[in-house]
Ligand binder design. Structure first.
Ligand SMILES: NC(=O)C1=CN([C@@H]2O[C@H](COP(=O)(O)OP(=O)(O)OC[C@H]3O[C@@H](n4cnc5c(N)ncnc54)[C@H](O)[C@@H]3O)[C@@H](O)[C@H]2O)C=CC1
Ligand SMILES: O=C(O)[C@H]1O[C@H](OP(=O)(O)OP(=O)(O)OC[C@H]2O[C@@H](n3ccc(=O)[nH]c3=O)[C@H](O)[C@@H]2O)[C@H](O)[C@@H](O)[C@@H]1O
Length: 436
């Protein structure tokens, strides 16, 4: 099928490249000329394992093109997939600016097209947004009617940064909520060669499921981290406790997100928990469990800062600042918050993260760093010099480059392992774990 993908960020770029491998012809659309130019040059606008080769190949074979012109993309495609950002607004609700813009652009594009077209929303939006906001905006801008002149669906994305390509190619479920079964089937046909359950619930159910997924992950991380905290104060290794707990096969508990580690972050879990809470508030509902997730996470963050400060040494080197290994995404990274809180404590800080270089970042990540200029001056690109300089080395994620670099540590240094990573032999510094 011919598919136009609006928004060439983490979701849009991965979907664009991976859909070409399923035989689809993709036109990527972004309002950022920089991102469109990168795709045209066969380069990925995001850092994600495996994505560079896939983008380069798809562009070289002509299966992936890019434009800033929405109408051109609509006219030359059968289905449009919307993957623009839906960040948090100040009060926890979603900022739908980009969604609204794209809905209007798609509507205008449809005016220039005299053939059936399907629009599917992949961005995470609260229940009611596809029907109540996107649909009417497209109808108004196009003069067309849903179900008569064009079709509309919601198709949530479940990929995780750092393993996005593997997640795209092996989904455990693909969910398409549409206003009629033919539309759901048409969108689902894009995924016909992928494994996993194929589910076509009502649109609002599909919208809510996405929030259930992300809030559940956040809740599990918070639970595991609180257990880890209690265990540590008792002198018990929280990792052992959770490992034994997880062996209860009668309960079939997935170990995912249940290992004690550091606070969760990233551009999705925090914002999606906030948005679900906001939805509950707006309905006058009391949801104490959901209410407690972010305060619990904040507590883990401040415990992490206290733990680092409890070690002697003024010079602290952070290995990693993006929220996860394998990505350049610094949005809502818990390590950014940690660095900011330590800066007021008379410590000198340096950060090494080869994925995070101001000169390379574009889009929302660049904007995030520009809003935090104090961080930019802390970034260093020489890992050996950064380690040599430090008294304390904070290992944030299991990026193999960080783990390998630790072999250069000295016995007078201390390595603080924030996440439950497990270090190789050959680290000469004293090593201590947040949960053990
Ligand atoms: N990052 C992730 O791992 C996942 C994100 N999601 C959801 O997917 C959505 C997109 O997330 P990301 O890819 O992280 O966002 P992103 O911020 O990386 O990318 C969004 C892109 O949309 C573009 N854009 C904004 N307005 C536009 C317009 N009018 N026309 C064309 N392009 C426009 C931006 O320039 C940007 O390149 C969000 O709703 C997010 O919650 C869902 C699953 C995974
Ligand atoms: O909606 C989204 O954007 C995506 O959000 C998350 O994906 P992502 O944030 O990319 O990565 P995760 O692996 O879920 O990590 C989120 C946070 O949880 C933390 N985490 C993850 C796994 C774990 O076992 N423990 C843990 O603390 C990570 O370190 C990170 O801070 C969801 O897992 C995806 O299913 C979803 O598609």
């Amino acid at each position: 099928m011919n598919v136009s993908i609006f928004g060439l960020g983490y979701v849009g770029t991965v979907c664009a490249a991976c859909f070409t491998e399923l035989g689809h012809q993709i036109i990527g659309v972004d309002k950022s000329i920089a991102k469109v130019d990168l795709i045209r040059e066969g380069r990925s606008p995001v850092i994600e394992p495996g994505i560079s080769d896939k983008v380069a190949h798809a562009v070289a074979t002509g299966q992936l093109t890019a434009t800033t012109d929405a109408t051109e993309a609509i006219v030359n495609s059968d289905i449009s997939m919307v993957c623009v950002g839906t960040p948090s607004s100040g009060n926890g609700n979603l900022d739908l600016t980009a969604i609204r813009e794209v809905a209007i652009e798609i509507g205008r594009g449809l005016r220039a097209k005299n053939a059936p077209h399907t629009v599917t929303i992949r961005s995470t939006v609260l229940p009611g947004t596809t029907r109540g906001t996107v649909g009417p905006l497209i109808e108004e801008a196009s003069g067309n009617k849903i179900g008569r002149d064009f079709d509309l669906a919601f198709n949530p994305e479940f990929l995780r940064e750092g393993s996005a390509i593997a997640d795209f190619n092996a989904p455990s479920k693909t969910v398409v909520g549409a206003f009629n079964q033919e539309t759901a089937d048409r969108v689902m046909a894009l995924y016909k060669d992928l494994p996993g359950a194929k589910i076509t619930p009502p649109v609002e159910t599909a919208e809510l499921v996405k929030y259930v997924d992300n809030s559940w992950h956040a809740l599990k991380v918070s639970f595991a981290n609180e257990i880890g905290t209690i265990a540590k104060t008792l002198g018990i290794d929280g990792r052992d406790v959770m490992n034994i707990f997880l062996q209860d096969t009668r309960l079939n508990i997935s170990p995912a997100y249940l290992r004690p580690g550091f606070a969760f972050g990233g551009s999705c879990l925090p914002k999606d928990v906030k948005a679900l809470k906001h939805l509950a508030h707006s309905r006058g509902l009391s949801t104490p469990v959901l209410e407690s997730i972010l305060p619990s996470n904040d507590m883990i963050m401040s415990r992490g800062a206290d733990w680092i400060l409890s070690h002697d040494g003024r010079r602290i080197a952070f290995l990693g600042i993006s929220f996860k290994a394998g990505t350049d995404d610094v949005r809502d990274s818990p390590f950014v918050e940690l660095v900011k809180s330590l800066r007021g404590e008379q410590r000198d800080i340096r950060i090494y993260d080869p994925n995070v270089q101001l000169s390379q970042l574009i889009g929302a990540n660049r904007e995030f760093l520009m809003r935090n200029p104090e961080l930019v001056g802390l970034l260093h690109d020489d890992v050996t010099a950064t380690i040599e300089w430090a008294d304390i080395i904070v290992l944030t994620t299991a990026d193999p480059r960080f783990v390998a670099a630790l072999k250069a540590t000295r016995p007078d240094q201390v390595v603080l392992e924030l996440s439950d990573i497990g270090l190789p032999r050959g680290v000469r510094a004293k090593v201590s774990g947040f949960h053990w």
